[in-house]
Design a protein around this ligand. Structure first.
Ligand SMILES: Nc1ncnc2c1ncn2[C@@H]1O[C@H](COP(=O)(O)OP(=O)(O)OP(=O)(O)O)[C@@H](O)[C@H]1O
Ligand SMILES: [Mg+2]
Length: 508
C-alpha cells in the first residue's frame, strides 16, 4: 500500500478503518500488511503486534481454534490468489470461555494493472446471530413438520395453481396417495367433478365464514382408488402480500360417525316399530276376543241349520256362503291372536332345517312353483330351536307365499339356513327376485291389515302373524335387504342348546 499516492492512502485508510468488521490486508506470501481498527479493537492488539506476521501466525496467537483454516487446506486464500476472484469460508469457532461463534471469512483480491493479485483483503464477519436464528428457525420448522405429521386430521396444501405441495400422514392414509418428491397431483382430483371449483368459489366469497375461509362443511372426497368417502372439512386460502399463494384443507373421515348414526337411527326406528306393533297387537287381541265368541255362535248355529236344511239346495247354497265367510273370519281371528301372541300353543324342540323341508309340501297350491326355481342352502350344522312347530311352519309359508306373489310366479326363491355362533342364533333367509318393497311401505309391512294386494287377494295379515309368532319365540324377523334385485327376509331364533349338544362328537 506504500506505493499509493498519499491522498489515496489517506482516503482508503479511512474507509478501511471504518469497516464494521475486522479486516486484514495480506500480501500474496500471506504477510499481513494492514489491519483495520475494528480488528485491533476486537482482538485487543496494536498494529505493531501483527503487521509483518503471517496470517497463520496471527490466528494461532489468538488461540482457541486448533483447526485453523490454513492447517486444513480449506483456506480459500490459495484459490483467491490462483483465480483472482473472491472466496469465503464459514468457520465454527469454539472460544476459550466455551461459547461457539460462527465466522464467515471473506477473501477479496486486489488486482494490479496486469490482472495479477497484488493483495488480498481478508475480512472476518461474525455470523453467529444469523446462524443461531437459522438454527432456531430450523427447529421451529421441524416442530411444525412434526405437529403437521402427527395430526390425526388429514391436511393437504396446494399452490395457487392447485398442485399439491404437501400431504401429512393422515392425508396420505385417507386419500390413499403416497406422493413422491416432485410428483405433480392436482388438488381437484381429490374431489368429485366440480367440487374443487365450488370450494374455491366459496373460499373467495365473503359469504361463507369470511373471505379466504371455509367453515366446517360435509363433502365427499375421492381416493386414489376412486373410492368416495364422506368427510367434514375446513379450508383456507393462504395470502402473501394480498395475493393467493396457496390453499389448505383439513379433513376428518366421517364414515365411522355416519355408520354409528345410521345404526342409531335404525335402532330408533326399530323401537318405534316395536312400540307401534305392540299397541296394534293389544288392539288386535281385543277385537279378536270380542269377535271370537259371536263367530263361534254363527258357525255352530249355521252348521246346525245346515243339517236341518238338507233337501233345500238353494238355501243350503246360501248357507254355505255364510259358513265359508264365517270360517274366513275365524282364520283372521286366529291370525290376529297369533300376531298379538295371545293364542298359546305348544313348545317343542326341533331342527330348523327339518321345519323348512316339511313346510313346503304344506303349500297347497303347488302350481305356484311351476316357473319358480327353488334353491335351498341348508346349513350342515345342527340348528335346534324351540317353539310351536305348526306356527313356525306358518311363518315360512307366509314368507314363501309373499315371495311367490311378488315374483309373479316366476323367478328364483332362495332359502338359506345358518348358525350365528356369536349370537347363538339359528338363522333363516328367504330371498326372492321380485321388485322389492317400495321405501314408503317399509315401515308398514308388519302392520296388521297392511296390504298392497287387490281386495280379496290379501288380507295383510301374513307378515304381522309371522312377526307375532317369531316374537313369541324370542326371535326376530326383519327385512335384510330390499331393492330392484329382490327382497331378503331374515328370521333369527335362539339356538336351543342343551348340554348334550356341547359334548364333543368323539365322546360316546
Ligand atoms: N317379498 C316381498 N316383496 C315385496 N313386497 C312384499 C314382500 N312381502 C310382503 N310384501 C309387502 O308387504 C305387504 C304385507 O304383506 P303380508 O304378507 O302381511 O300381507 P299380504 O301378503 O298382502 O296379504 P296376506 O299375506 O294376508 O294374504 C304385501 O302386501 C306387500 O306389499
Ligand atoms: Mg302375505
Amino acid at each position: 500500500m506504500s506505493d499509493l499516492p498519499a491522498r489515496d492512502i489517506d482516503w482508503r485508510l479511512r474507509v478501511f478503518d471504518s469497516l464494521s468488521f475486522p479486516t486484514l490486508v495480506l500480501k500474496p506470501d500471506r504477510t499481513i500488511v494492514a489491519a483495520n481498527l475494528k480488528l485491533l479493537d476486537t482482538f485487543g492488539l496494536t498494529r505493531q503486534d501483527i503487521i509483518g506476521k503471517s496470517c497463520r501466525e496471527f490466528f494461532q496467537t489468538l488461540g482457541g481454534d486448533p483447526d485453523l483454516p490454513c492447517t486444513r487446506n480449506f483456506c480459500p486464500l490459495d484459490k483467491t490468489l490462483a483465480e483472482g476472484q473472491g472466496h469465503s469460508v464459514l468457520r465454527q469457532i469454539k472460544k476459550k470461555d466455551g461459547s461457539t461463534h460462527w465466522e464467515d471469512r471473506v477473501f477479496s483480491p486486489i488486482l494490479d494493472q496486469d490482472g495479477r493479485v497484488s493483495y488480498v483483503i481478508e475480512s472476518i464477519r461474525d455470523v453467529t446471530r444469523t446462524k443461531v436464528l437459522e438454527k432456531s428457525l430450523h427447529g421451529v420448522r421441524e416442530l411444525l413438520t412434526r405437529v403437521l405429521q402427527s395430526s390425526p386430521s388429514a391436511i393437504v396444501a396446494a399452490d395457487h395453481e392447485g398442485r399439491i405441495l404437501l400431504m401429512n400422514k393422515a392425508a396420505e392414509e385417507l386419500f390413499g396417495y403416497e406422493l413422491e418428491m416432485g410428483e405433480q397431483v392436482d388438488v381437484s382430483g381429490l374431489y368429485p367433478p366440480g367440487l374443487a371449483r365450488n370450494i374455491m368459489k366459496k373460499l373467495r366469497s365473503p359469504e361463507y365464514g369470511g373471505k379466504g375461509k371455509l367453515p366446517l362443511t360435509e363433502v365427499s372426497i375421492i381416493t386414489a382408488r376412486k373410492e368416495e368417502i364422506p368427510v367434514e372439512m375446513t379450508a383456507a386460502i393462504i395470502y402473501e402480500d394480498g395475493r393467493e399463494a396457496a390453499t389448505m384443507g383439513i379433513y376428518n373421515d366421517l364414515r365411522e360417525r355416519l355408520s354409528v348414526e345410521t345404526k342409531l337411527q335404525e335402532a330408533r326406528s326399530q323401537l318405534l316399530q316395536a312400540e307401534k306393533l305392540a299397541s296394534l297387537g293389544q288392539l288386535a287381541a281385543g277385537v279378536a276376543h270380542e269377535i271370537n265368541n259371536p263367530l263361534t255362535g254363527i258357525l255352530m248355529y249355521g252348521n246346525l241349520l245346515k243339517e236341518k236344511l238338507q233337501g233345500d239346495p238353494a238355501l243350503e247354497k246360501s248357507l254355505n256362503f255364510i259358513l265359508e265367510d264365517a270360517e274366513r273370519c275365524r282364520d283372521i281371528v286366529k291370525n290376529l291372536l297369533a300376531y298379538s301372541r295371545q293364542s298359546g300353543g305348544s313348545r317343542e324342540r326341533f331342527q330348523l332345517n327339518t321345519l323348512v323341508d316339511e313346510s313346503f309340501p304344506l303349500i297347497r297350491d303347488q302350481k305356484l312353483f311351476i316357473n319358480v326355481r327353488v334353491r335351498k342352502y341348508l346349513s350342515k350344522d345342527s340348528l335346534p330351536v324351540r317353539g310351536d312347530r305348526k306356527k313356525m311352519s306358518q311363518v315360512i309359508i307366509n314368507l314363501v307365499m309373499n315371495a311367490l306373489d311378488v315374483m309373479d310366479k316366476k323367478g328364483v326363491l332362495t332359502l338359506k339356513t345358518y348358525r350365528d355362533e356369536e349370537r347363538q342364533q339359528a338363522c333363516l333367509e328367504i330371498a326372492d327376485t321380485g321388485s322389492g318393497i317400495p321405501t314408503e311401505y317399509r315401515n308398514r309391512i308388519f302392520d296388521p291389515f297392511f296390504t298392497t294386494k287387490e281386495p280379496g287377494k290379501g288380507t295383510g295379515l301374513g307378515l304381522s302373524t309371522a312377526y307375532g309368532i317369531i316374537k313369541e319365540n324370542q326371535g326376530e324377523i326383519t327385512v335384510k335387504e330390499t331393492g330392484a334385485q329382490g327382497t331378503t327376509f331374515l328370521v333369527t331364533l335362539p339356538l336351543d342348546v342343551t348340554p348334550a349338544d356341547a359334548l364333543p362328537e368323539t365322546i360316546g
